[in-house]
Design a protein around this ligand. Structure first.
Ligand code: C2E
Ligand code: CA
Ligand code: CA
Length: 743
């Protein structure tokens, strides 16, 4: 429905006012006619005005409607039009004979056409698509309401005296009354059970009482017969007009109709209402007359049977639904495999020994980013199939989370994890392409629900060592896990209490030893114990996520010290290297934090370098994107422990690096064999040709320093020159700008 304009709102209001006017006019005439004679046609102008207003309401609504809703209101306008013509005929005949007259054949014809129009428009209203179960339930509901209505209507007709003046009239009226009642029932069924479809529900509810009008005239006829100016038809028509106008207003002001399925809930309420009404009626009839007619009793029995069948259908329906919900709660939609919950309960319940493996696809998130979600899903399905195949019959394979799968094999199965890893040696066929994906697995054997946790612990350990491998759970892992948890808690406390310090280790120029940079190295000084090495606590901080908060403190402190040095030493101020862990690189806010810290302390970004490890950016993806952003800030990027990873050289093409920190292991081997020297020498050559600076790490002896200089190294760092020390001690060393071998 298009957006309703202010004019639309105003028109909807005006139509309601107009209809209300006809009701008031008619009511006034009814009352005045009781004390002073009015002509027999006196109520008719208001009645005709009201039916015309009904036509107007429908047309107005059609103007604001679209699609099926618009068609519905146009059909209804046609019905109301027939009613108007019928009313005009009826009025003309009344005027001609000079008193309230029974309807003639044309009048009855138009009235019936009007009712038919209403029925057709209701029937053609598109319902919601539904399955066969819902269809059966709906037909049962329809039958229940139909039987109940038949009982009520037939009873009312039975107890109401027939107008005596004309048999034909009686038959005609009876026909119209029953048809109208049916229309009302149809509307109730349509709206209450199948939903109003594109038509605004509340607006249809305004129209439903109209079905009662014809039977109503039938019932009130005997009571108003004594006033010659009251025609029952003319009496009810203004109310009909008002209901049309209200329905139109409700539809015009309705918000756009979205596909809704809320009406389904009405299904069970309608039969109950039908039974309640019938029951109440049977009770009053029995109490009043002392007996129950065979027709009523028979109808009641039929109704009861229908309701029972309906409730039975609902019960089996619910059972199916519950099964499906259960299935949904325990199955993974993508692969159809059991989910973590079902896998967990299966393990919990099993009392026999079994082997549990947990498999993770290596680098799946990066792969998924590259392939797109659809192919990523297909990859997961292919991986699930491959795992099922490798695990063999009798194994339970579940999708635990994302790209993590659980495999349980009853009994003992040596080499399960190895088989799983091995199974991925052949590429996976994904949408016509061969993809080589490796997995890493953790495995644990024994009895009980703890197996999953132990296998996952083993997986974590395996993943820390690399990819495409497996690891069996050992009791030490539990030990380590507990120790790590304790340390993580202590680290958090330490961060709150300010137990961390930054030490700086100078990076010097060769030859001469002038300090050109410093590397920030964090130290933890717990209040209740000896200093803890970062090698011990950084890994724990990484996999507990605490490194994010600790990292912020490190950046803040390093920037403050860098700013102080820049102010004090100007151009001679050392560059400050900050170690940034893999986990920090996955935080998209890292560049923002660093930029803010540098701005806060007034640090020149050219004086800051972030040290990252190859493994952190090896997969590309989010970490590499963060590195590019860091570079964009104007800070340098150093590849730490260079040469120890698998793809050091490839990485130089994708990662915007400015410095290589050649790992201590290459420096240690200097003065050994010719091959070792060749590696150290070629690393410095590569750096030079690529315009990068090479820093030799872990220089411990004078011989190493001399050899490095001979091999072309311009920068070095190590205990031979300086040990890490607090910022204040560094200050003096910068000033003297010479080195004093520290041992
Ligand atoms: P790294 O980044 O490779 O840092 C160099 C480590 O080698 C430092 O150990 C340093 O003290 C040590 N070292 C320097 N010269 C020599 C030498 O001549 N001989 C020997 N044997 N060692 C030398 P440290 O300070 O214990 O740090 C260990 C590791 O902890 C660092 O390795 C780094 O990976 C991590 N780390 C330290 N501070 C931070 C930090 O602030 N943030 C992050 N994310 N990691 C840090
Ligand atoms: Ca470092
Ligand atoms: Ca290093």
């Amino acid at each position: 429905m298009p957006h309703v304009t202010r004019a639309g709102r105003a028109a909807a209001g005006a139509v309601v006012l107009l209809a209300l006017g006809w009701v008031v006019l008619s009511a006034v005439l009814v009352v005045t006619g009781m004390s002073r004679p009015e002509p027999g046609w006196s109520l008719w102008p208001a009645a005709i005005g009201a039916t015309a207003t009904a036509v107007l309401s429908c047309l107005l609504t059609a103007v604001y409607g679209t699609g099926p809703a618009r068609t519905f209101w146009l059909r209804l306008a046609a019905g109301a039009g027939a009613l108007t013509v019928g009313a005009i005929c009826h009025a003309a005949r009344t005027y001609a004979v000079g008193h309230v007259a029974p309807m003639d054949a044309p009048t009855a014809g138009f009235y019936i056409a009007a009712v038919a129009g209403a029925i057709v428009s209701l029937l053609l209203l598109p319902g919601q698509p539904r399955g066969w179960r819902a269809l059966v339930a709906m037909y049962l509901d329809v039958a229940i309401v139909g039987v109940a209505a038949a009982i009520v209507v037939s009873h009312i007709l039975w107890i109401t005296p027939l107008p005596a003046n004309s048999r034909n009239l009686a038959a005609g009226l009876l026909g119209i009354a029953v048809t109208c009642a049916c229309t009302g029932i149809l509307a109730v069924i349509k709206v209450g059970i199948t939903g109003a479809g594109p038509v605004h529900g509340p607006s249809l509810w305004y129209l439903t009482p109209i079905g009662v009008f014809a039977p109503l005239t039938w019932v009130i006829y005997p009571h108003v017969q004594r006033w010659p100016h009251i025609s029952v038809t003319a009496l009810v028509l203004p109310w009909l007009g008002l209901l049309f106008a209200l329905a139109a207003r409700s539809q015009i002001l309705a918000r756009p109709v979205r596909a809704r399925r809320t009406r389904m809930r009405g299904i069970s309420g309608v039969p109950y209402a039908a039974v309640a009404i019938t029951g109440a009626m049977l009770l009053t009839v029995t109490l009043r007359t002392g007996f129950l007619s065979p027709g009523l009793a028979g109808g009641a029995v039929v109704l009861m049977v229908l309701v029972m069948v309906r409730q039975l259908a609902a019960l089996t329906d619910n059972a199916v639904l519950l099964d499906r919900l259960d299935e949904h709660a325990h199955r993974d939609d993508l692969t159809g495999l059991p989910n973590r919950r079902l896998f967990g309960t299966t393990l919990q319940r099993s009392t026999a020994p079994s082997v549990v493996a947990v498999c993770d696809l290596d680098g799946f998130s990066t792969l998924n980013d590259r392939l797109g979600d659809e192919k990523g899903d297909a990859l997961l399905r292919a991986a699930a199939d491959r795992l099922r195949e490798a695990a063999g019959d009798g194994a339970v394979v579940a999708r635990l989370l994302g790209d993590e799968f659980g495999i349980m094999v009853p009994g003992e199965r040596a080499g399960l994890a190895a088989d799983l890893v091995q199974a991925f040696r052949t590429p996976l066929r994904v949408e016509g392409h061969d993809l080589l994906v490796t997995v890493t697995a953790g495995v644990a054997g024994g009895v009980g629900g703890d197996l999953l946790r132990r296998a996952e612990l083993a997986l974590k350990t395996a993943q820390r060592a690399g990819r495409n491998r497996w690891q069996e759970h050992t009791p030490e892992m539990d030990h380590t896990a507990r120790h790590d948890a304790d340390m993580a808690a202590a680290l958090r406390r330490g961060l709150e209490r300010g137990e961390f310090r930054l030490f700086y280790q100078p990076i010097v120029e060769l030859p001469g030893g002038r300090i050109t940079g410093v590397e920030a190295l964090v130290r933890w000084l717990p209040a209740d114990g000896p200093m803890v090495s970062p090698a011990a606590f950084i890994p724990v901080a990484e996999h507990t996520g605490l490194i994010l908060d600790l990292g912020l403190w490190i950046i803040e402190t390093a920037c403050a010290d860098a700013a102080a040095w820049q102010r004090r030493h100007g151009d001679d101020a050392p560059r400050v290297n900050i170690n940034v862990s893999a986990r920090q690189l996955l935080d998209p806010e890292l560049p923002g934090h660093l930029a803010a810290a540098m701005a806060r302390h007034g640090v020149n970004p050219a004086g800051i370098t972030c040290e990252i490890t190859e493994t952190a950016v090896f997969d590309g993806g989010a970490a590499l994107a963060t590195v590019r952003e860091l570079r964009d800030l104007g800070v340098g990027v150093a590849l730490d422990d260079f040469g120890t990873g698998q793809s050091s050289l490839t990485l130089l093409r994708t990662c915007p690096v400015t410095t290589l920190k050649v790992d201590k292991s290459f420096i240690d081997e200097l003065n050994g064999t010719a091959e070792q020297e060749a590696i150290a020498s070629s690393l410095s050559t590569i750096a030079r040709t690529m315009g990068l600076r090479a820093v030799a790490e872990g220089v411990e002896t004078r011989e190493q320093a001399d050899r490095l200089e001979a091999l072309g190294y311009r920068y070095a760092q190590g205990f031979y020159f300086f040990k890490p020390a607090p910022a204040t001690e560094i200050d003096d060393k910068i000033i003297s700008s010479t080195y004093s071998p520290s041992r």
